[in-house]
Design a protein around this ligand. Structure first.
Ligand code: FAD
Ligand code: MLT
Ligand code: ZN
Length: 458
């Protein structure tokens, strides 16, 4: 199909205003959040209903044209932007939130709804969303399910797949499948929603999701404590998990990362003492204020006093920002290589210590900044310096992770960034089982080709 014929047919479906071909208008959809990944799209379409999504996919299937589903474009592995010549299907206009079911504690919303908007609706109805992450103002619920996003509260509530109790999606040929009644128990054959979760737009395009919500907590407290080594911080995190029943989040960052945050995103140091590693702990309770219990638990670790502790909303936010604003602060320094990995708990501190040498061995000038969700064994290794397409540092870090028995993707997905590593991580037999699913659901290979599998496999 010629470009003109394609654009004309797409405009017939979504309307002229929602089919973008002008390079300036397409630009924001063509480069990812890190600026490491980009490509040009044949067009960007913004359907306004599931029917329009289905018509776009049917048209593209008939013409053998590849598509890239896109939500908030906050993904960090290059899966949300075109590689060259695809149609980007932006789901952002599907942002309707249906009434929260106050008795069941469930909400159904369009795939393009931002996490922040769902959080607001849930809170108004007396509930809370189980997953939270710093990109909440832009990340969409469709993208979050598609990546099985994790975030700060996985320790307590699990990742996105665990929140999903219903979905509506469009298959590669334009067929709509829907299962939205909201039943916690539903063992009727394969769990298709669970399969689409984490499939990164390669099996279907999500148009609506139904989420379970969690009870809100009346009281919260956040503390940051300093440690001399990664091992000491990890040991403390593990003890807090065992002894502090109210723990919601356990996050690690370093003094080098804190320096960047204070320089780019935040004000003066919130505590005087500098240590190489910091542990952020959030505790929450519905019954009593957890502040004293949190302070006592940190005291019992042998830390003389918490670097800082806060129970009021502004103070808690200020401490959380020290951790959450790492991503944007690193981006402000350059285009990062972002490696989101996990290892078994027993190897976590070894990874956090050894990763610096592994990077230096292949690039002596590279700067490595680590932080992560220590309670989940999930470390974010960020490297500044190497050119975006120089993969030597990526290979060094991911090689070390496999040596330590870990996973090359903890929560961000495979995207295009880690395609070469999937077989090394999961093994040929498991990946062949995944390819068989991909072939069955998307026989022409038009849904996000090049993501998870190499183009030849899609
Ligand atoms: P996009 O970036 O648009 O897309 C991501 C992937 O999902 C792509 O492969 C895309 O094709 C696919 N996709 C998008 N929408 C759909 C759909 N409707 N149907 C099918 N496929 C679709 N991630 C975490 O896991 N934990 C964190 O703590 C976290 N923190 C972050 C903090 C910051 C500051 C930033 C910038 C990112 C962070 N991320 C985090 C990464 C990112 O926010 C998540 O991956 C998020 O789930 C992406 O949502 P999105 O709507 O932006 O999806
Ligand atoms: C985080 O935990 O801050 C996010 O996953 C984003 C990142 O890795 O920078
Ligand atoms: Zn993270």
């Amino acid at each position: 199909m010629s470009d003109d014929a394609l654009v004309s047919a797409l405009r017939d479906i979504v309307g002229e205003r929602h089919c973008l071909t002008d390079p300036d208008l397409r630009a924001g959809y063509e480069t990812d959040w890190t600026r490491r990944f980009s490509g040009s799209a044949r067009a960007v379409v913004r359907p306004g209903s599931v029917g329009e999504v289905a018509d776009v996919l049917r048209l593209c299937a008939d013409g053998g044209i590849a598509i890239v589903p896109q939500g908030g474009n906050t993904g960090l592995v290059g899966g949300s932007v075109p590689r060259g010549g695809e149609v980007v299907v932006s789901l952002r206009r599907l942002s309707e939130i249906e009434a929260v079911d106050p008795d069941a504690g469930e909400v159904t919303c369009g795939a393009g709804t931002t996490l922040a908007d769902i959080q607001q609706a849930a809170r108004t109805a007396g509930w809370e969303v189980g997953v939270d992450l710093a990109a909440r103002d832009s990340a969409t619920i469709g993208g979050m399910v598609a990546t099985n996003a994790g975030g700060a509260n996985v320790l307590r509530h699990g990742p996105m797949r665990r929140q999903l109790i219903g979905f509506e999606a469009v298959l590669a040929d334009g067929t709509i499948i829907r299962r939205l009644p909201g039943m916690v128990k539903d063992n009727t054959g394969y769990d298709l929603g669970g399969l689409i979760a984490g499939s990164e737009g390669t099996l279907a395009v999500l148009t609506r999701v139904r989420l379970r919500l969690v009870p809100p907590l009346a009281h919260r407290a956040v503390a940051v404590a300093g440690f001399g080594s990664a091992a000491a911080a990890v040991e403390a995190a593990s003890r807090l998990r065992r002894t502090l029943g109210t723990v919601m989040a356990l996050e690690l960052f370093t003094d080098a990362g804190l320096d960047l945050v204070l320089r780019h995103a935040s004000g003066p140091r919130p505590f005087a003492e500098r240590t190489p590693f910091y542990l952020l702990v959030e505790a929450g309770s519905d019954e009593t204020d957890p502040t004293d219990g949190l302070a006592d638990a940190i005291g019992a670790l042998g830390v003389e006093e918490a670097g800082a502790i806060a129970s009021d909303a502004a103070g808690r936010r200020r401490l959380w920002e020290l951790r959450e604003r790492h991503t944007e602060s690193i981006n402000a320094e350059g285009i990062p290589h972002k490696l989101d990995v996990s290892v078994p708990a027993a190897r976590f501190s070894e990874l956090a210590e050894r990763v610096h040498d592994a990077v230096r061995d292949v690039d002596v000038d590279a700067r490595t900044i680590v932080y992560g969700h220590v309670g989940d064994g999930n470390l974010h290794v960020n490297i500044l310096g190497p050119a975006p397409d120089d993969e030597a540092v990526d290979d060094a870090v991911l090689g070390l992770v496999l040596e330590l028995g870990g996973s090359v993707s903890a929560e961000h997905g495979i995207g295009v960034a880690k395609v070469e590593w999937l077989v090394r991580d999961r093994g040929e037999a498991a990946v062949e089982a995944m390819r068989a699913l991909k072939r069955a659901w998307d026989p022409q290979g038009i849904l996000n080709p090049g993501v998870i599998f190499s183009r030849a496999d899609s």
